[in-house]
Each structure stands twice: as C-alpha cells, then as structure tokens.
Design a binder for this molecule. Structure first.
Ligand code: SF4
Length: 223
C-alpha cells in the first residue's frame, strides 16, 4: 500500500482567499462561507499540492504524509528558491536523476513488451535495489533535518518496494504474472519518487537553507 497523503484545512485560519482552489482545483473547493475544503487528497500532482500549500496567505493548509504533518512554512524557503551549498544538495540531485532513469525505465518496460523483457526486468530490479540502498544511507543524514517520523514512513515504503521486487523475481518466468508484477512495481516506485521529490527532499533542502545542519555523514564518507 502506498503512503497515505492527507491535506487538512484549518477553517479558523482560512480567510477564503481561494488561492488553493485556483492552484489545485482537483483537490480543493470552497463552501458557502468561502472556507476551503478538500474534495480529493490526491486530486492533483504532488507539485501542485505543495504549490497550493505554500500559496495560502495564512498558512491554513497542512499536508500529512502517513500521519506526519508537513507545514507549509517548512517548505516555503525551498519553494522561494533558497538553497544551501551543503554536500547533500548534489547527492539529492543525483538521486533525482536516478529517479528519472528509474521512472522512464519502468514505464518503458510496462508499456512495451519485448523479447528481452525478462532480462530487462532483471536489470531494472537491480537498478531499483541499488538506488534504494544508496538512498537509505542518505536517509540517516536527512533524519537530522526533518521530522524522523517522515523518514521512517519513506523507509517503510522502501520495504513495500522490496516486496514488489521480490514478487517480480518470483514470477519472472511467467510473462503474464511478470507483466502484472512489473506494473505494480512501476506504480509504487512512481508514487514513492513523487513524494520524495515534492516533500522529503525539499524539506531537507529547506532546513539546510534555513541554516540547520546535519549531524550525520553522507554515503561515501563525505562530511
Ligand atoms: S488559500 Fe488558504 S485562505 Fe485561501 S481558501 Fe485556501 S485555505 Fe483558505
């Protein structure tokens, strides 16, 4: 099961300005008092949800990922372009490049069956596993920057992806079952990546931009 995403509106704070509805109409609507309410927690891509959160002029919106609150204020510095020169920044950028590779590789495999599908599936499994292990090392550095419960949720999601990888390996010789397992893996990886790119990494980068420092070293022995 994918991580749970919930958006909460503080009706007392909400002044009915309507920016959230304008930015993410698939997620928000306004009632007769012009107060915002949520129609679909995942009704827009995560980028739009985060944009709506940071656009609210009175910080009336909070995102909860697996029950852990992410306040708009925690993302604002990053959303406004503040960056730090900490070594974790290029590392997270490298993960983002890997994300693109993983996403396109998995999507291509599910969309276009080929003679070498089993071989390519194995290659993607290996690439995904390596990526997960590299990220888990970086998570310990990120834990010092964001709510550790959030990092736990992402680590838990890695467990789900591991299980999807195991299922795929178990059925690799059966083309039908392999296709289904491949599609399930692609979905869970895509969901995980989107939340990482819009919530976890931006929170860590925003914390650094605000001057918070890491206490853990990075993978590869860097400070
Ligand atoms: S942007 Fe903020 S204040 Fe405006 S309607 Fe949405 S929640 Fe309310």
């Amino acid at each position: 099961m994918a991580m749970e995403v919930e958006i909460r509106v503080d009706r007392v704070r909400c002044i009915g300005a309507g920016q959230c509805v304008h930015v993410a109409p698939g997620v928000f609507d306004q009632d007769r008092e012009a107060k915002a309410f949520v129609v679909d927690h995942r009704g827009e891509p995560e980028e739009r949800i985060v944009h709506a959160l940071t656009a609210c002029p009175v910080q009336a919106l909070t995102l909860h990922v697996d029950g852990t609150p992410v306040a708009a204020d925690d993302l604002r510095d990053w959303a406004l372009g503040a960056r730090s020169d900490d070594p974790i920044v290029p590392l997270l950028e490298r993960f983002s490049e890997n994300h693109h590779e993983l996403r396109t590789g998995l999507a291509a495999l599910t969309a276009t069956p080929s003679d070498d599908e089993a071989g390519r599936a194995e290659e993607m499994c290996s690439m995904t596993s390596t990526h997960l292990r590299d990220e888990e090392q970086a998570y310990s550095a990120i834990t010092a920057l964001v709510d550790p419960r959030l990092v736990d949720a992402f680590e838990g999601d890695h467990g789900q992806i591991d299980r999807a990888l195991e299922r795929l390996t178990a059925v690799r010789s059966d083309p039908d079952l392999r296709g289904r397992a491949m599609a399930a893996l692609a979905t869970i990886v895509d969901d995980h990546i989107r939340l990482e790119e819009t919530v976890l990494f931006p929170l860590a980068l925003a914390a650094l931009a605000r001057g918070r420092s890491r206490v853990e070293s990075l993978p590869g022995g860097r400070a």
